[in-house]
Design a protein around this ligand. Structure first.
Ligand code: FNR
Length: 381
């Protein structure tokens, strides 16, 4: 009502509420090489489209005479209280998506303003130490692209721990760049243009690898030579030994992988197909979520991302068993279009719509949102 009333008094929010409009306006505001890189996905982009449309399969069943003026969307993750189950997914080029090229800092400012944790990517345009400072009191996680050079991996993780990040997310599906025709055609890859490499150029181990005062091409070739370690189960004990922080594995979609990861001491599972950017032909990430949740069986939190565009999507992912739900492109579009206020607008809109749906549909707390709240439309005869 506040928003509708605001329109009457001429205080319309300056940014779109509709995702398609947000995306179109944000892409128009970005330089061409970032448009395809941010919006695009792998192959035919079938997986990317499936991520979004999979939410339509599930229908939330309204329950009446269970109205609560206040809803409770709070969760606890790794001992930290959060006011909503939202997270900001790691996005390697967010730094480039604001005109001042400090988009990572601005994403952190969105996190500070909303209380929604930022998962900072390895591929930042500002060093991870500066980014975490801007998150203020909000918890922050660091996402690791594990370099081939183990000393460099250890250095990045220990820097993140020393800087105050609360968890490490190890991304498993990106030891090679995705087959993304929109960017392949033009050889468009920001890091190969020397962008978003601040965590490397500020790292003492990387500096040893490049030698003093390296020219830009030395930096890029050194980075390209160490990026992308194809991890196996045998690497887990080593990764575990690098930190006492909770470790989550990002990219887990199969129940057996989820079960084994927990058995081997991982602290959280992050079910995701990288927003459909890595492997096409894989189906929607949402379709893998229930199996992953069942395999984890309450032994650890399950984070979900890929395709979340609305508050209704957040509610559905929670009802399918996610502990927390991350968004990628939407907040990047908010930042690209409207800087920190634009990013805050996107996050707050997701929170507000999820809260409203829980209120109207009679599910006042997150624990009321179980699979019984959903009907699988595919099964309807
Ligand atoms: C990403 N993603 C990503 N993931 C990761 O672990 N490290 C990274 O650096 C990046 N970089 C990145 C760049 C861009 C432009 C995008 C769009 C995505 C994947 C991201 O964390 C997340 O899994 C997806 O974005 C979720 O899907 P949606 O919300 O974008 O559909």
């Amino acid at each position: 009502l506040e928003l509708y009333l605001g329109a009457l008094s001429g205080t319309l929010p300056p940014h779109p509420f509709d995702h398609a409009e947000l995306e179109a306006n944000a892409l128009a505001a970005l330089p061409p090489e970032l448009r395809t890189y941010v919006a695009g996905g792998s192959g035919t982009e079938g997986t990317q489209r499936a991520n979004v449309s999979a939410f339509e399969r599930w229908a939330l069943v309204p329950r009446m005479l269970n109205a609560h003026a206040e809803r409770d969307l709070s969760i606890e993750l790794f001992g930290k209280a959060l006011t909503s189950p939202l997270l900001m997914a790691p996005v390697g080029v967010v730094g480039l998506c604001t005109p001042d090229q400090h988009g990572d800092i601005h994403a952190a400012e969105v996190s500070a303003a909303t209380g929604v944790p930022l998962i900072g990517s390895t591929l930042m345009s500002d060093p991870l130490e500066d980014v975490v400072v801007a998150t203020g009191d909000t918890p922050a996680w660091f996402q690791l692209y594990t370099p081939k050079n183990r000393e460099l991996a250890a250095s990045l993780v220990s820097r993140a721990e020393a800087a105050g990040y609360d968890a490490i997310v190890i991304t498993l599906d990106t030891w090679v760049p995705g087959w993304r025709p929109r960017d392949l055609a033009s050889g468009n890859f920001p890091q190969l243009r020397g962008k978003a490499l601040a965590n490397y150029t500020s790292d003492p181990v990387f500096q040893e690898m490049t030698g003093p005062d390296p020219d830009p091409s030395t930096v890029v070739f050194t980075w390209a030579g160490t990026f992308g370690n194809p991890l196996t189960w045998d690497d887990l004990p080593w990764l575990r030994s690098l930190t006492s922080l909770p470790i989550l594995l990002k990219g887990i979609c199969h129940p057996d992988d989820a079960r084994r990861a927990i058995d081997e001491g991982v602290d959280g599972i992050y079910c995701s197909n990288h927003g459909g950017r890595q492997a096409d032909g894989g189906g929607a990430a949402l379709d893998w979520l229930p199996g992953v949740v069942d395999a984890v069986d309450g032994r650890a939190p399950v984070v979900f991302d890929s395709g979340v565009r609305t508050g209704a999507d957040v509610v559905k992912a929670i009802a399918l068993g996610a502990t927390a739900v991350a968004v990628g492109r939407p907040y990047v579009y908010g930042l690209a279009l409207g800087g920190v206020p634009g990013g805050v607008h996107v996050i707050r809109s997701l929170q507000a719509e999820a809260d409203l749906i829980m209120g109207v549909d009679g599910y006042p707390t997150l624990s009321d949102l179980t699979r019984d709240a959903l009907v699988d439309q595919h099964r309807r005869s």
